[in-house]
Design a protein. Structure first.
Lengths: 798, 333
């Protein structure tokens, strides 16, 4: 919502002072100033000019030659990059020597060899609107006799301050100049009042000309109408056009402009019917029936549903989509002389639903959705409309058609002073609260130590029959007027210590280990393109978005592999051939019903490690590092030739405590090719949700032995089909308590080892906790180990 | 005669010890004079040929001579060993600025770094860290937060919906506030939590927007909690996170799930105010939706973007760097 300082002052002349300070006061009221502009200044040198001739530039396509009359009646040549002018147009023109509001100096220049003696201006360039497409055309608004006069004189502009305010969705009242003025006047402690809008009325009685019936009182809380005769549809006065432009609306014609002006000024949307198109002037307000149609002002046929509100004529045909858009059949046209002026209050949820369903937002419906004023402001806006249209010769019938529906309950309700103070953290007295509330139109009565508060009709947002909500709403109003800045800052002292959960600690540990292992953390977005999942061998059953920004971002991932491969390909294409990456991210698995019977994807946190340029063992090494750090119980790497997206002979399931928790190995070459990745990629993906919520982290102390240890190397030829992990487990088991350390120190295939087997060499360390080992001890252990390996792994000692 | 021979032998031994230029030569000299078959040992055997009255004095003289030669050898050996070590060390000289095969560490993502720092500050203030799902139902994302289906605020969330069940009933969460509801449903007050996490809007990615971004949400429910506690908590957090000189202020605003509501700003070094996030006193209907009595309990909530803090801290000119995963970017932090 934009407001002009001069307009605010029409309601509260006391609103005055430094524009920046006034802006800060508005922000502190919750009407945040997004932009402040001083208008009508810095325009010295810009005059009204007339276009005399247009011709192509001989050497350039994107500029043309314009001859203008800038006041002396002589053609003056300028080059211009806009093509929206026609000969005879009146335009704002910056003469040579002018400094533009943005600081640019206008001089005599040559553009592609042609002299240019000034600049034709767009609305933006002179601060007269948002339109920067093309030159501002003033042909219809300015007087040709004023060519050569300063633009401020020609347009009747005065220096003013324009505030662009961010008005929150709960402030229907602040969607008007008067409403902003009321808030600001209250906090500044200056008087606020409405000007006199009274106007002469004819003897004709409006209620004998038109009538209204409300069938659904919940839809329409109040419907009023007046009859206007001798209406001429022409052009609005320049001052009105200037204000409309300043507030961001385009002048259309005198009737539409007054309608918009009254809405901006008083916040009351309104609608005009061509009275002669409404048989007997009879209107009915009801809900639509499903499938009913209406051609709206924009000439679109709308199919309605039973929740929409409509206004119908006496044939029961809809002539207007209530509160949202008028109908084409009753539109005011150039031929219109008799007008039925409607102002009503519509149920905000009803309007919201229709606007949303038909995607028909407008300045008017925005106000109805927030809850317009159903009180005296409707009569005031009626008066104002009539006064303004009366100035162009229209006559106003006496009386007003007035029908009541159900309006919100604004009767006084109890408010506890103590509750307001705890909500705010203040120690205000009942009297102070009363002053704050009364300054913005609330009606307050003392009720014992507490208050009884009535809500003004312009604050639909505050009305409620929920007592706690009402006190919270009132607390905000008291707080705004008291000033949030004046509330003392305190820090609550909770009794519990703050902490991270074990899961959150473990997650940080995982990250830190991977960083220590040289991997960079990535955070790709979780959206995949259709086909990404099948490209990594998974079923294409990822949950799909209804309104993706882009088709290539429409599927939620069930694996971190596509995202990591895309990241590797991106880095490889930017000359980082072997990035080592990891990610902790959410995957979205098959949806399940929750406690509320809602179908939501089963979300798991996965860890992915992708090591470009590395072979499978590098990923296993990372797994082992994590296994040790998290003390994962019984981590097994079970070779598998059918893991999705994985190299068939270089990948394995990761089994922890007997449950499959991920995969490790290398990505299949065909998958790498599909994603444009070069070389090998070692891959580890783990289900952290399962792993970190499952058993892990259990460690027990084993005293470090004081007795000497004894080392021994053993090499076995083991068939290729038997995993080294099986050999290791066998040795460990057979070695018993004396075997304190075991490591694989060499593998060998070739001469001396049978085809189909390989040699695995282990170093073993024996040590007893309570004595020095004898040769007999170690020989016994050695024999047991060899026997076990031969028996369980078909390995032979070499 | 015997005495002369001994004196000359000792003299010769001294000369050869001094002349030994390395440990090997010295060992040879040692063998020659005091080894088992050395000359001094040989002389010992001749003691028997002496007169008994001479024998005792000669034996004493021989022992002294042997001990003196052995002492000289050992002194010479220490000297030669020290010089050999010095030579060895001199030959091992390295230029420590010639470094290859550097140990590479990886890097935590900037957003993780910011999130961890935020969590640490709030943990220090007595909060625990709560988390929730990224796909939510309309109940958790909107309705329980007092945003009914017709509410104009619903449109302003630019929600990305998920194709599950009835239209617009399942969505990528458009804020972290659903975690408030899930926490209050499952935990009795007092509650002191922060909820960091990813959120989603239909914002086309550009230099300042991403459709997936990160927020952190705070929620306190306790007895008698109000706006003053909110203002104090935010001020205390901001001073811990941004520095003691940074000031905060609240401005009235509107959110359906808080009443009164506010935006909170922090002061910048240039003296301007920068809007950081939204906050307010938890709306009584939100409390009731979670089975908490608004007469007994009050609370506040606040929320703001994490990515923006990273962008501000390092003055990134394009927020898309956060999701490009270019190691040339990631490895800078």
């Amino acid at each position: 919502m934009k407001v002009l300082l001069s307009w605010l002052q029409e309601f509260a002349p006391g609103i005055d002072g430094d524009p920046v300070e006034l802006g800060e006061k508005l922000s502190a009221l919750g009407l945040a100033v997004e932009e402040m502009t001083i208008t009508g200044q810095g325009l010295d040198g810009i005059v009204l000019a007339k276009v005399l001739e247009l011709s192509p530039h001989p050497d350039a396509d994107k500029i043309q030659i314009v001859q203008v009359d800038s006041g002396d009646g002589q053609p003056l040549q300028v080059c211009c990059g806009a093509f929206n002018m026609t000969v005879g147009d009146l335009i704002p023109f910056a003469t040579v020597g002018t400094t533009m509001p943005n600081g640019m100096e206008i001089g005599v220049r040559k553009m592609r060899g042609q002299e240019s003696n000034g600049m034709c201006c767009s609305a933006t360039e002179i601060g007269l609107g948002d339109d920067s497409d093309g030159i501002m055309l003033l042909t219809d608004t300015a007087d040709e006799a004023l060519v050569g006069q300063p633009i401020t004189t020609a347009l009747g502009m005065e220096s003013d301050v324009l505030y662009d305010l961010e008005v929150n969705a709960n402030r229907p009242d602040a969607m008007s100049v008067a409403g902003v003025a009321r808030d600001l006047a209250a906090v500044m402690g200056v008087p606020f009042s409405y000007p006199d809008y009274s106007v002469e009325r004819t003897d004709e009685d409006a209620t004998s000309v038109a009538s209204v019936e409300i069938v659904d009182p919940e839809l329409c809380g109040r419907f009023t109408a007046r009859v206007l005769r001798n209406v001429t549809v022409g052009e609005s006065p320049q001052w009105m056009q200037n204000r409309l432009i300043a507030l961001g609306m385009r002048p259309i014609n005198s009737v539409v402009d007054i309608s918009n002006y009254v809405m901006l000024e008083l916040g009351q949307p309104n609608h005009v019917f061509d009275l002669d198109t409404v048989p007997n002037g009879a209107l009915t307000v009801r809900r639509a029936t499903d499938g009913e149609t209406l051609v709206t002002l924009d000439e679109a046929e709308r199919t309605l549903v039973s929740r929409d509100g409509v206004i119908t004529d006496n044939t029961d045909s809809p002539v207007s989509l209530a509160g949202v858009m008028g109908g084409l059949s009753t539109e005011v046209t150039d031929q219109t002389t008799n007008v039925l002026l409607e102002m009503a209050w519509w149920d905000p949820p009803s309007i919201s639903r229709t606007v949303k369903r038909l995607n028909l937002p407008s300045e008017a419906s925005t106000r109805f959705r927030r809850g317009a004023d159903w009180g005296d402001n409707i009569d005031r806006a009626m008066d104002r409309f009539c006064q303004l249209i009366g100035e162009s010769g229209a006559t106003i019938a006496s009386g007003q058609i007035e029908v009541a529906g159900t309006v919100p309950d604004v009767s006084p309700k109890p408010v506890r002073v103590a509750k307001i103070n705890t909500l705010l953290g203040t120690e205000l007295s009942a009297a102070e609260m009363t002053n704050h509330l009364e300054s913005i139109g609330f009606e307050v009565e003392a009720s014992g130590d507490d208050l009884s508060v009535g809500v003004p009709t312009w604050r639909w947002d505050v009305t409620t029959d929920h007592s706690h909500e009402f006190e919270a709403n009132i607390a905000e109003e008291v707080g705004r007027m008291h000033g949030y800045e004046a509330i003392p800052k305190t820090v609550p002292k909770g009794e519990q210590a703050g902490h991270l959960s074990q899961y959150q600690h473990d997650r940080r540990l995982v990250r830190n280990i991977l960083v220590g292992a040289g991997c960079d953390e990535t955070q790709p977005m979780p959206f995949l393109a259709p086909g990404d999942l099948s490209n990594v061998g998974l079923s294409d059953d990822g949950v799909v978005l209804s309104n993706p920004l882009d088709a290539s971002e429409s599927v939620l991932r069930t694996s971190l592999l596509p995202g990591q491969l895309k990241s590797i390909a991106y880095n490889q294409s930017h000359r980082t051939p072997a990035p080592k990456l990891f990610e902790l991210g959410t995957v979205f698995l098959t949806p399940e019903l929750n406690d509320r019977h809602e179908m939501l994807p089963d979300e798991h946190e996965y860890l992915a490690v992708a090591l470009a340029g590395d072979e499978a063992p590098a990923a296993v090494a990372i797994l082992n590092l994590l296994g040790e750090a998290l003390a994962l119980p019984n981590v097994q790497v079970r070779s598998s030739d059918n893991l999705p997206g994985m190299h068939p002979t270089r990948s394995a399931e990761v089994v922890i405590a007997g449950r499959q928790r991920g995969m490790v190995g290398e990505v299949a070459p065909s998958v790498l090719r599909t994603f444009g990745v070069e070389g090998r990629v070692a891959w580890l993906q783990l289900d952290l949700t399962e792993i970190l919520n499952g058993p892990h982290g259990k460690r027990s102390y084993r005293r470090v032995s004081k007795f000497p240890s004894s080392d021994m190397d053993l090499a076995f030829a083991v068939p290729d089909g038997v995993g080294a992990d099986k050999v290791r487990n066998t040795i460990n088991k057979a070695g018993g308590d004396l075997l304190v350390d075991l490591s694989l120190i060499d593998t060998y295939r070739g001469a001396g080892v049978d085809e189909g087997s390989r040699s695995l060499a282990y170093r073993l360390r024996f040590q007893a906790a309570d004595r020095t080992l004898t040769d007999a001890d170690t020989n016994e252990a050695r024999a047991a180990i060899i026997a076990a390996v031969e028996k369980h792994t078909k390995g032979t000692l070499r | 005669m015997w005495g002369v021979e001994l004196a000359s032998l000792v003299e010769r031994a001294s000369a050869e010890i001094s002349a030994a230029s390395d440990l090997e030569a010295l060992a040879e000299v040692e063998r020659t004079f005091v080894g088992k078959k050395g000359e001094l040992v040989g002389l010992k055997k001749t003691l028997g040929s002496l007169e008994p009255d001479e024998r005792k004095a000669a034996g004493q003289a021989l022992n002294e001579a042997m001990s003196s030669v052995a002492g000289e050898v050992s002194a010479r050996r220490a000297l030669l060993a020290a010089s050999a070590e010095a030579e060895q060390l001199a030959s091992e000289r390295l230029d420590l600025t010639e470094v290859m095969d550097e140990v590479k560490r990886g890097h935590l993502h900037l957003v993780t770094q910011a999130r961890d720092r935020l969590e640490d500050v709030f943990v220090g203030m007595g909060f625990t860290v709560a988390e929730g799902p990224e796909v939510e139902s309309a109940w958790y994302n909107f309705e329980a937060l007092n945003i009914p289906e017709w509410h104009p605020a619903r449109g302003s969330f630019d929600t990305i919906f998920v194709d599950l069940g009835e239209p617009e009933q399942v969505m990528l969460r458009s804020h972290t506030s659903p975690v408030q509801i899930r926490t209050m449903e499952n935990q009795k007050p007092p509650i002191y939590i922060v909820a960091p996490g990813r959120t989603f809007r239909t914002d086309t990615a550009d230099a300042t927007h991403l459709p997936a971004f990160n927020q952190i949400e705070g929620l306190v429910i306790d007895r008698g909690i109000g706006m003053g506690d909110l203002a104090g908590t935010i001020d205390s957090f901001v001073k811990a996170f941004f520095g003691h000189e940074v000031k905060t202020r609240l401005r009235p605003s509107y959110f359906p799930f808080t009443e009164p509501s506010a935006e909170f700003d922090i002061s910048t070094p240039s003296g301007d105010w920068l809007e950081l996030g939204g906050c307010g006193v938890v709306h009584p209907k939100v409390l009731e939706n979670c089975g908490i009595d608004p007469e007994e309990w009050q609370g506040f909530a606040f929320g703001f973007g994490i990515d923006r803090l990273a962008v501000m801290r390092y003055q990134l000119d394009d927020i898309r760097e956060l999701v490009n995963n270019d190691v040339r970017f990631l490895s800078q932090f």
